[in-house]
Design a protein around this ligand. Structure first.
Ligand SMILES: Nc1ncnc2c1ncn2[C@@H]1O[C@H](COP(=O)(O)OP(=O)(O)OP(=O)(O)O)[C@@H](O)[C@H]1O
Length: 607
């Protein structure tokens, strides 16, 4: 794994979100970033111009010294600056909006690439990474990262306005902006610290919010709709959602606001009182004319832009918090996730001799599963794996597919360590029906075609897979044939029964076999099939598996006995290995289980 854990999410990293947005923008779009910077600077210039032009008009009116022509000119400048400022505001909005969309798209892609990049799947069951993937989308704060661009543009524009106002005020009297700037900046920093605390709290609340989201999805989605109603746990879900949500919200509460609420306004009042007192004395003493006092008053009002700009800064802090998470998810798997991802392209005829597990040890973070497993699967033969629930049968398949690597020991194909092979190329040799295969809410053509994405997908290309998997039994009844969406949630779609889905999954694997996969793995392939469909599979078993190395995981001994060899796994090891006849003669665990399962049928026959 890429070594990504929740402990990397420190407040320091979060604070750097804004810097990361700034760093990313030129890469998202250099021309738009340049344009945005230019508009922001121009706005700041126009703001100072607006104050100066306004002051000049007031001075003209007060003194009438400039005459009508002078007043008209100053008024024209004032109006031009005013209109230009008005016109720039939507331009700023358009450019920053476009950049925001592009940033969202870039970070969305980054997150997706990061989640998909690791060769294995261990990262997806790491809670810290699951939280981070949610945080990367701004789900904790409710602001997508792109909102950081719009708020950053508005903040930069305001700050420059404030700075321009401070400079103008300094031209009236050099020290006047100092107490005001100090008060506004101090207040702003206090508030920022509070917002960061709130963001930290929001991120810490992510596990609780994820639980709440899960309960909500169960309640409003259709996946659990039947069970929720039949078992009647609507109230439980409601309660679970409320409690998890409130727990998440509790974490958000209590970011102390005393300093900015009480001391902040006091600081502002004092600094402004000092400045206004000086101006009052200066005006009454005749040291300040109409124009400078007008400039000073406008500048004082405009200097508020150096302080806390509530909505904008809140949005910036919240939206930018997602960025470090998106980048971190994007880096997933850049370092090798599996211990040594091989690069050797496997021979297309692999395996020609055997697949071998040698003293393989493996466990998930919380439990050991395989404890020194040895197993040989001769190429071109079929092996059935039998074992109690949780014995590690599916885990063994995942290791073969290199979704995980053994902790120790090795898996070899014709003597070549799997770890030295390019995992993607090796996987093209595999056709797997997982026990928990996916029911894609896509067309039947996609569902089966995923078996080999780059293969011909015309109807004829699916013929053999459709025949051997039993798809043909219901294919003619699908409204749009191969193009029928397999979900009622799409126009013209239909839903399939559990057994029909299982045949789709089998057809997918057989389609891969048609296109060169040489190892067929069937993890409980007949679990949902009716008696007739199961009989069809038995009937076709030899045809399906001919020339392939087949691994069959099943609790159904009628299926298991079809295999050339059978192994029994227990305690993380192979405890029995041989043909059905050999294992029956051994009279061990297999014989016991086989007899147990066939007893009801034998008794029924004797009734
Ligand atoms: N992703 C995972 N993370 C943590 N533990 C897991 C994971 N997958 C499986 N396990 C655990 O590993 C053990 C072996 O699981 P596995 O699915 O390989 O068993 P199995 O023999 O296929 O069982 P079954 O007959 O019920 O399908 C079980 O105890 C299971 O709880």
């Amino acid at each position: 794994m890429a070594g990504l854990t929740g402990t990397e999410v420190t407040p320091g990293r979060r604070a750097s979100g804004v810097l990361e947005v700034i760093r990313l923008l030129p890469r998202v779009s250099l021309p738009l970033t340049v344009a945005l910077t230019a508009v922001v600077l121009l706005q700041a210039l126009l703001s100072s111009g607006f104050m100066l032009a306004g002051a000049a008009v007031v001075a003209d009116v007060a003194s009438r010294a400039a005459g009508d022509a002078g007043l008209a000119l100053d008024l024209a400048v004032f109006i031009a600056v005013f209109v230009a400022r008005l016109a720039l505001t939507p331009v700023l909005g358009m450019i920053s909006g476009e950049l925001a969309r592009r940033l969202n798209a870039t970070l969305g892609q980054t997150t997706l690439e990061g989640a998909l990049r690791p060769v294995g799947i261990g990262h997806l069951s790491d809670p810290a990474i699951a939280d981070r993937i949610q945080l990367a989308q701004g789900l904790a704060t409710g602001y997508p990262p792109g909102d950081a661009v719009t708020s950053l543009a508005r903040l930069a524009s305001s700050r420059l306005n404030g700075l321009a106002a401070a400079i103008l005020l300094a031209t009236v009297e050099w020290w006047l902006p100092l107490p005001l700037a100090a008060a506004w900046i101090t207040l702003s920093r206090w508030r920022l610290r509070e917002v960061r605390k709130a963001v930290d709290a929001e991120e810490e609340s992510m596990p609780a919010l994820r639980q709440a989201a899960y309960a909500r999805d169960l309640a409003i989605g259709d996946a659990a709709a039947k069970e929720v109603r039949v078992f009647g746990f609507q109230d439980w879900l409601h309660d679970r959602f409320t409690r998890a949500w409130l727990a998440g919200m509790d974490a958000l509460a209590g970011s102390g606001r005393l300093p900015s609420r009480v001391a902040g306004p006091a600081l502002l009042a004092l600094s402004h009182a000092a400045v206004f007192a000086y101006l009052a004395f200066a005006v009454s003493g005749g040291r300040l004319g109409v124009e400078p006092i007008t400039v000073a008053l406008q500048a004082i009002a405009a200097m508020g832009a150096l302080g806390w700009i509530g909505d904008i800064q809140w949005m910036l802090a919240q939206a930018s918090a997602a960025v470090p998470h998106a980048l971190a998810v994007g880096r997933l798997g850049v370092e090798a996730e599996l211990s040594r991802p091989g690069t050797t392209a496997p021979d297309e005829r692999l395996p020609a001799q055997e697949i071998r597990f040698e003293d393989v040890r493996f466990g998930y973070p919380d439990r050991p599963v395989l404890k020194g497993l040895d197993l040989s699967i001769p190429a071109g033969s079929s092996l059935a794996i039998v074992g109690m629930n949780g014995a590690g049968k599916s885990t063994l398949i995942k290791l073969l597919a290199r979704l995980y690597d053994p902790v120790s020991g090795r898996i070899t194909v014709d003597g070549v360590d799997l770890r030295t092979l390019d995992p993607l190329a090796w996987r093209r040799q595999l056709a797997i029906v997982f026990q928990d295969f996916v029911r894609y809410e896509l067309s039947l053509r996609d569902n089966v075609g995923f078996g080999r994405l780059d293969a011909d997908r015309s109807n004829g290309a699916f013929d053999r897979a459709a025949k051997l998997s039993g798809l043909n039994d219901f294919l003619p009844r699908l409204p749009a044939g191969w193009d029928t969406p397999l979900s009622r949630r799409f126009e013209g779609g239909t839903d399939l029964s559990g057994g029909q889905w299982q045949r789709v999954a089998l057809a997918r694997a057989l389609f891969a076999v048609e296109h060169g996969a040489r190892v067929l793995v069937l993890d409980e392939p007949t679990a949902n099939l009716d008696v007739r469909a199961e009989a069809q599979i038995y009937e076709h078993f030899l045809e399906i598996t001919r020339g392939l190395t087949t691994i069959l995981v099943s609790h159904r001994f009628a299926t298991v006995r079809l295999a050339d060899r059978i192994c029994v796994i227990d305690g993380g090891e192979v405890i029995e290995y041989g043909s059905h006849e050999e294992l029956m003669a051994l009279d061990g665990r297999y014989a016991h289980l086989f007899t147990l399962q066939s007893a009801p049928f034998r008794e029924a026959r004797h009734v």
